[in-house]
Write a protein that binds this ligand. Structure first.
Ligand SMILES: NC(=O)c1ccc[n+]([C@@H]2O[C@H](COP(=O)([O-])OP(=O)(O)OC[C@H]3O[C@@H](n4cnc5c(N)ncnc54)[C@H](O)[C@@H]3O)[C@@H](O)[C@H]2O)c1
Length: 272
């Protein structure tokens, strides 16, 4: 019997509304543009109103509707009022991408030198924010009986990261929260998955002083099977897939987007 052609319309997001936190630059901006290319209207929830507005305008040039809302994802009031505005304008929230996060290079230190202040600050930005946004979005999505949540974790949440134990712990927490929310929200027809980016070159990584060292990029690439660092657009397409009907039976997963890490050419003969 002839197999039916794949129905590519299952990858389309036409008419859906996506909230992307930290969409002003880097991975978040790429996710906004990728979701918009697939048809979604975009709400950019960004602490920097200039970059948030710029991304919103870029999505409009792609023919979508957009809204930029100045939001600090660490603050419950900000998060709640951002979702209210988004629902006022678009009527529903179909996709939430919890992307805002990161770690100030000044907050990196070996475990025994980490300060309590830096621990609290990193956990608040990378872990509490995902809790606040997911809880607010889930309340709306439960009313719609449908929705997709995508959390941006990190390789640091899977492997050890000696200079950023707090960041790694927060991102590991995001992966765990993904599984718990997937279990609780599955019966409500809400899927929850995580993206786990590896070494992606963004303004953020360029700000980390050791990344200015070209040798560091070359060194890192050697430990990636695909032999290059990632670009923000390597992440955007996976977000489209997870948000779409094509991923309708995928929930509670952490999808590695790391070019194949770790790759040890010296100890795996024939891999170079
Ligand atoms: N770049 C990488 O190599 C890499 C690897 C793994 C995971 N990640 C994760 O991917 C996400 C994006 O990283 P990136 O490299 O694009 O970072 P980035 O710093 O380039 O972009 C982060 C965006 O989030 C915004 N933001 C920061 N704090 C915010 C807040 N409190 N409220 C709302 N918006 C806020 C920033 O203004 C910025 O636009 C982060 O969660 C990061 O931890 C990045």
């Amino acid at each position: 019997m002839e197999k039916p052609d794949t129905d590519l319309s299952m990858f389309e997001l036409t008419g859906l509304t996506a909230v992307v936190t930290g969409g002003g630059r880097g991975i978040g901006r790429s996710i906004c543009l990728s979701l918009a290319r697939a048809g979604a209207n975009i709400v950019v929830a960004e602490i920097n109103p200039e970059t948030g507005q710029k991304t919103a305008e870029e999505t409009e040039k792609l023919g979508r509707r957009s809204l930029s809302v100045k939001t600090d994802v660490r603050r419950k009031d900000d998060v709640r009022s951002m979702f209210e505005k988004a629902v006022d304008v678009f009527g529903s929230i179909d996709i939430l991408v919890n992307n805002a996060g990161g770690a100030d290079p000044m907050e990196m230190a070996p475990p025994l030198s980490l300060t309590e202040e830096s621990w609290d600050s990193i956990i608040r930005l990378n872990l509490k924010s995902v809790f606040l946004c997911s809880q607010a979005a889930a309340e709306i999505m439960i009313g719609q009986h449908r929705g997709v949540i995508i959390n941006v974790a990190s390789l640091s949440g899977v492997f050890h990261f000696t200079q950023g134990m707090h960041y790694g712990a927060a991102k590991a927490g995001v992966i765990n929260m993904t599984r718990t929310l997937a279990a609780c929200l599955g019966p409500k027809n809400i899927r929850v998955n995580a993206l786990v980016p590896g070494f992606i070159v963004t303004d953020y990584t360029n700000e980390l002083t050791y990344d200015h060292h070209e040798d560091m990029a070359a060194l890192r690439s050697r430990f990636v099977a695909l032999q290059r660092l990632g670009e923000p657009d390597d992440v955007g397409g996976v977000a489209v897939f997870l948000a779409s009907e094509a991923a309708r039976y995928i929930t509670g997963q952490a999808i590695m987007i790391d070019g194949g890490f770790p790759h040890f050419p010296e100890i795996v003969p024939g891999s170079e």
